[in-house]
Design a protein around this ligand. Structure first.
Ligand SMILES: [Zn+2]
Length: 278
């Protein structure tokens, strides 16, 4: 097993470039990305048809579509970036350049584990810590959106306690607590796949919005059962919610805090990210 650290005292990049391709969730088109180590801190993106135009990702470029997180880069959008960002932040990886051939980051298996495996293939190496890397906070904060709540308490480490409550019996109420570090992220969070609901899935499919969505890249819930078992963990949905939270905080930096989330969503996470960014 790859020796992932059990703390965030160090920051890493990858040792050499990796390429992955697959289907984009929205377009259903083939898309390819190459991830390279980079000399500057942060996450940078360029498109393969304009290789000299390099964008630095920051929180102000983030937008949420109904189905995924997108970043606005000049006149175009790069879609479905959240799980890749989660894999970087969860593993403590920074100083990265992403070259995109297409409009989306491939969904792969709907989790972050394929990205983690790609990092393990080439290995990681230490780089100087960016200023927002695992930064301390000096006060508590509670933010809410209707009955969804996210709170933050200063702490020496990053602990996430997250709860979901779905009317679908196959999911129901799930709570997961994790003291986050790269090893814990890789083992307990990265393999958790995205999930959706059969009625919505059929509707979105008819609207042509998820041309690349299929039973290989999302768990599909149908009331009291799963359409495509087995699950990787009995509580795979709540673990995936934590995967999404980590991705949504990647550009502002994970805070050293105890983070509690009730009924989390990308838009609730975005509230926290803009608070941390202000
Ligand atoms: Zn997700």
């Amino acid at each position: 097993m790859y020796p992932w650290p059990t703390h965030y005292d160090d920051c890493f990049t990858i040792s050499s470039s990796i390429t992955r391709d697959g289907v984009g969730l929205h377009s259903g088109e083939k898309t390819k990305i190459t991830i390279n180590p980079y000399e500057h801190e942060g996450y940078y993106v360029s498109f393969s048809d304009t290789p000299n135009k390099i964008y630095r990702l920051d929180q102000s470029l983030i937008g949420n579509t109904m189905l995924c997180t997108a970043v606005k880069l000049g006149k175009r959008n790069l879609y479905t970036i959240e799980h890749l960002l989660s894999s970087f932040a969860g593993c403590g990886i920074n100083y990265i350049h992403i070259e995109v051939d297409g409009k989306e980051v491939p969904l792969l298996d709907g989790s972050a584990i394929q990205w983690v495996k790609a990092f393990e293939e080439v290995g990681i190496k230490k780089v100087p810590k960016p200023s927002n890397f695992m930064k301390g906070i000096n006060q508590s904060k509670i933010l809410n959106q209707n009955d969804s709540v996210i709170s933050l308490i200063p702490s020496k480490q990053i602990t996430i306690i997250s709860t979901i409550d779905f009317k679908y019996e196959a999911i129901g109420v799930q709570t997961f607590t994790i003291e986050l570090n790269p090893k814990a992220y890789v083992e307990l969070i990265a393999p958790a796949r995205t999930f959706g609901f059969k009625d919505q899935f059929d509707e979105l499919n008819e609207l042509g919005l998820i041309k690349g969505g299929n039973l290989e890249n999302a768990l599909v819930c149908d009331g009291d059962k799963w359409v495509n078992p087995p699950l990787r963990f009995a509580n795979e949905p709540i673990r995936h919610k934590i995967l999404d939270l980590i991705g949504d905080l990647a550009l502002v930096g994970l805070p050293k805090a105890q983070i509690m989330v009730y009924k989390g969503s990308h838009s609730l996470n975005a509230l926290l990210a803009s608070y941390l960014n202000s």
